[in-house]
Design a binder for this molecule. Structure first.
Ligand code: SF4
Ligand code: SF4
Ligand code: SF4
Length: 421
């Protein structure tokens, strides 16, 4: 019988779906992270849960996902179509891949928020259903019944594209137990996930401050902030609908997440933040694109694509006409640190989570409040002005800051030359 290690269990859900006796159920801990729990009354000791758990098998039987001997390929890529690019994360690769698979009669599995902001994996067989999967979700999704559904589709010969966090992808690989030629697994370069409980408390806190009901939230706001990330909240107050754009460095949930204060325990020692990927393709944001590929058109976001199998390579080739694509290498790709190292857990993690669940989100978020007049002015501007104007101001500020840096450098050089004389 499976020994559940709460420090390392990723909550992928493979053991839950694999148990023939339905003896493994999902429970939530006090911070609302999902963990499996085994009912000893039902368990018959068949060992299937042990067999599918990626973490139990990592030492003696590493992931069967990627064929041996394939040299990973790294690319900077971006959709040519502006519409695809604007609503998507980074360069819009996931949406393009999904659209392509659906056009060939296949299906896509990915994460969406339902009407109650419950993140869950669903099956999409039309482009309309695919649209809801666009964008990043910083919360761990529920994969209830999804692995079995993927297997059933694959057995029927349906082409499947599965996208998720690397731990979910590895869970699926182990659950299936063999490779299918018509399955493409796409893992996201992952900076960790928080729990649904934390996310809902954040939403509640936002609603209280806004004095309205949140109707939509996205952790991508290219209309306002270009290739830099930010949140976009649509909320309703009375009969009116409002839009609130916040740059990522000023959004408290994003700041808490990036500093490792509200992440799942396993994320701090994540075994998937390595160049050897579980997916056929891995997608993430190409960080420092201007330094890595100065000639690449970076406007609107660029994806980092890691190709880890001939299958992934073939799929990317089929999309070549719809993409700007430039070959990269591991050195430049690893500007995105999630390819080489896990996110660091904050030493205040427990304290922050306790504050969120026993006091208020506001108390936990207080150390992440941005002080300073300039930051406050940015928040007010984002509040009051339409997205296009925010973007224009953002550009002017960026150009001004780049100009300032150049002037300072030039000034320093002049002083150095003078000193040398
Ligand atoms: S040993 Fe078999 S029956 Fe028991 S929990 Fe695991 S899979 Fe279920
Ligand atoms: S299969 Fe996944 S959810 Fe189950 S114990 Fe292993 S890591 Fe945890
Ligand atoms: S950081 Fe690792 S363990 Fe955490 S959600 Fe991402 S892949 Fe899973």
């Amino acid at each position: 019988m499976l020994k559940i290690d709460h420090k390392h269990c990723t909550g992928c859900g493979a053991c839950v779906e694999a148990c023939p006796q339905l003896a493994v159920v999902k429970i939530r801990d006090r911070y609302k992270f999902i963990y499996p729990s085994i009912d000893p009354q039902r368990c018959i000791g068949c060992g299937r849960c042990d067999e599918v758990c990626p973490l139990c098998r990592q030492t003696d039987n590493p992931s069967e996902g990627v064929p041996d001997g394939f040299q990973p390929l790294y690319y900077a890529a971006k959709a040519k179509d502006r519409g695809t690019l604007i609503g998507s994360h980074a360069g819009g690769l996931f949406f393009l891949l999904g659209k392509h698979v659906i056009a060939r009669g296949g299906v896509v599995y990915g994460c969406v928020f339902d009407e109650n902001f419950h993140p869950r994996h669903v099956r999409a067989s039309t482009t309309t259903e695919l649209v809801a999967m666009k964008g990043v979700k910083p919360v761990q999704s529920d994969t209830d019944g999804v692995f079995s559904s993927v297997r059933s589709d694959l057995e029927k010969g349906v082409t499947v594209l599965f996208a998720g966090t690397p731990c979910q992808c590895d869970g699926l690989r182990h659950f299936l137990g063999k490779r299918y030629d018509h399955l493409t697994v796409v893992d996201m370069l992952c900076g960790g996930v928080t729990s649904e409980g934390v996310f809902h408390r954040y939403l509640h806190w936002r609603e209280q401050r806004l004095g309205g009901r949140i109707r939509d939230i996205r952790f991508e706001n290219k209309r306002a902030f270009g290739y830099r990330s930010g949140t976009r909240i649509i909320f309703r107050r009375g009969r009116m609908r409002y839009l609130l754009s916040t740059p990522a460095p000023l959004d408290r949930l994003m700041r808490m997440q990036q500093s490792g204060a509200v992440l799942r325990r396993s994320c701090g020692s994540c075994p998937y933040t390595v160049p050897e990927r579980v997916g056929d393709l891995s997608l993430g944001r190409f960080v420092h694109i201007r330094r890595a590929h100065p000639a690449f058109p970076f406007d609107g976001g660029v994806s980092l694509v890691v190709v880890s199998s001939p299958q992934g390579e073939a799929l990317l080739d089929e999309l070549a006409n719809e993409l700007y694509l430039e070959e990269s290498d591991l050195c430049r790709a690893s500007y995105n640190r999630r390819l080489v190292a896990p996110v660091r857990q904050s030493r205040f993690r427990k304290k922050r989570l306790d504050e969120i669940f026993t006091c208020d989100f506001d108390v936990a978020a207080e150390p992440f409040r941005v002080n300073g007049l300039l930051s406050r002015m940015i928040i007010w501007c984002c509040w009051l002005l339409p997205d296009r104007l925010v973007m224009a101001i953002h550009r002017i500020a960026r150009t001004g800051s780049a100009l300032g840096t150049r002037l300072t450098d030039a000034f320093r050089q002049i002083i150095r030359k003078k000193d040398a004389r």
